[in-house]
Design a binder for this molecule. Sequence first.
Ligand code: SF4
Length: 862
Amino acid sequence: MNQDRQARLTLDQLGKIFERVQKPGRYTGGEWNQVRKNPRKAATRVALIFPDVYEIGMSYLGQKILYSILNSRPSVLAERVFAPWTDFERELRAADIPLYSLENRIPLPAFDILGFSLLYELNYTNVLTVLDLGRVPVLASERGPDAPLVIAGGPAAFNPEPVADIFDLFFLGDGEEGFPEIIDRYADLKTRRLDKRRILEELASIEGVYVPSLYTRVRAGNSTLLVPRPEGSAPARVEKRVLSSFRRSHMPERIVVPNIQAVFDRVSCEAARGCPHRCRFCQATGVYFPFRIKSPSFLAGKMLNSLRLTGYEDASLSALSISDYPYLDETVKALMGELEKNKVSLSLSSLRPKGLSPEVAESIVKVRKTGFTLVPEAGTERLRRVINKPLTDQDIWDALSQAFSRGWRLVKLYFMIGLPTEKEEDLLGIIALVRETLRLGQKILGSPPRINLSVSSFIPKPHTPFQWLGMEDEDVLLEKQDLIRSELRRHRTVEIKEHPVSTSVLEGVFSRGDRKLGEAIREAWKRGARFDSWKDELDVNAWKDAFQAAGIDYRSYLGPIDRRAELPWDIIDAGIKKSALLGELDKALSAEPTPSCLEAKCGDCRGCRLSKKMDRVFEEPVRVPRMKAADLGRASGRVVRYRAIYEKRKQTRYLSHRDLIRILQRSFRRAGVPFLQSQGFHPQPLISYGPALPLGMEGKREVLEFKSPALFDEAVFAARVNKCLPSGIRFLRLEKLDDSAPALSRVLDRFVYSVKLRDLSLRAAAGKNAGSASPPGESRRGRIQELVDGFSAERAAGVELTVDRKKGTLRLSIKNTMGKNPRPQDIITELFGIEGAVHILSREDILLKGPARSAGEGDLQP
Ligand code: SF4
């Protein structure tokens, strides 16, 4: 496929499709900081694929790290691909357009490597959609040497067997060093024109690489599970890859700033990888083991620089257990000094109750107060010991008292049901804990706090001490959910978020499954299964039919497993010894706790092969650089009001007004424009905007007003800000307003729109008004003029239509009536019978009351 023709076609064709899908901003690309290279100059093209929607994928730090590392290499081009929502999938199929990457809209077959991030087992059907819609054969066995190499990494790959038929190889562990090594080796092997099997055998020698096609599947002992057995030179076990050093490993700063709101839309800095605690249900402990930390000064410096390069107003320090980051207090205190000045809020992921020092709590709430999160997991101290989360009830009350006394009014509590050895008293313990939280909040705050209670079902995951245990029966889990819901229903400020049991069951099947499940996944996909992790999208019947069609009893994957049995995922060595996991299982069943790896003596424990890689020495001074203050213009010593004119065109026409506002505010931050913000716990920029453009309509002279303590030179302002905007948005004018000037909303006078005459089909109009179908050329214009004259005659004042023959456009000027103004698209529909006319219309201008000026008069040239 000739990529150039594809790009041109796609942009035009896509416009029509974007009209018909939700959130077209998911598919436009063109975001700030995207890296767009010349595909012809890249020796290796890599598609980084996240098998879920854009908003979720754009929140995933792993993809940002790889995107940054790969694109920093001149010979490599890395572009992003996300799973299309069902409506876009339908449209692409109908238009016969293959799925493409966002940067250069390259179709998938034109890449050398397709790299999937597998975070969640319930994304597997989306993997099939991406490959199929991308015109890449779904099965590895059906892809020849010229097809892209399809690889996967991420936590779900730690049991690769259910999807082993799809991927050529899996990469296990830290990708920062391993992925580039695969790319280099593959590029070299490709030049040696080896056959695919030879290439895969070579790649299998890279640490962390598992090539499923080099293994046969056998039934081990009397287990029903199929397990992989190596053939030829394939390694007997694949050790996951652990970075040589994490302390100063790659942290992306110039991250892509999404055009539409991502789930986590902020600068997220990974302070630590892995967790020292040994919670026995937690697969992440094994997947990201051992515990390693980032150098605090390095971390802080990267965060502040990334904020400068992105313009984000939020940042977070993330880790599996951020409370265990040894420099947390000093780093937060030092950072808050800079962040508070720039009205940037800081949030911390997954705090442990004991981990929140008063200083940290105090610092964080200064800028913005989000919800206070606590993760007890189990309702009683006994059950918390079973799962090795030795949290006392008092620890929980202390943390909550701290939070309430600092004014937190929203608490997020996370629990699991169906845990090993769970009794009714443990469920009642959850209810009691929630009630006590309400009572405590009422006492400290004087009114009941809001509680978001999350209840999920325990899944015995691979590479955990509980991997041999069975999962609770669906009906029992539903009963337990009912009990909690019915007991807490009367508490109005408690919102319960239950993880659907059907979703957990499916997740349980795939995380503990074997190669046989591959067929069931394909069968379900053929039956329309998509986005299975989305509550409203999961089609349980499609799955039940699929399991039947594949001759699989899915419940057989949820039962207990013999401790001596060979497990499908034993092929992957996550670093913790199987014997240690068994030891932990025994301790769990007698509710015996195990200290964290930071407290335990490795010499006594000997539970893993990675103890030397664990960070234990933390003696670094915390140095935080200054954050560059907004420096555009010169201080005026007072508040100055400004009106700015800008255009919103090209792919940004497919962004909503909210998206646009975020982009403009962030571009001001990037450009160093000092602008005033409101006071209080959620400071908002004091910027007012002209009326929103409908999604899909371009605006050639949009208007906004803002306040600033600085005096700007118009040309300097526009030059700086325009350099900090994604393509499609550009500032044209900036004028200083008198203090007494009326607010923008009071001076909006007329809105001027245009539509190209050639876009006005007269077919529909014909039916409406008389005569034949679209007449040729001049008479066609004559016909349009007739319709316009007819319309103007009937219409009340305020709407002026003018056929501009010279420009070949119809101009619509609509008076602003402070009430519900007629919409231009409705007028086009009324006149010409064209539905969804938004996309053929442009807003030419917003005329303001006051001295008239001709369109574009005094605009700054690009
Ligand atoms: S040997 Fe050390 S690092 Fe490894 S699991 Fe045991 S305590 Fe943790």
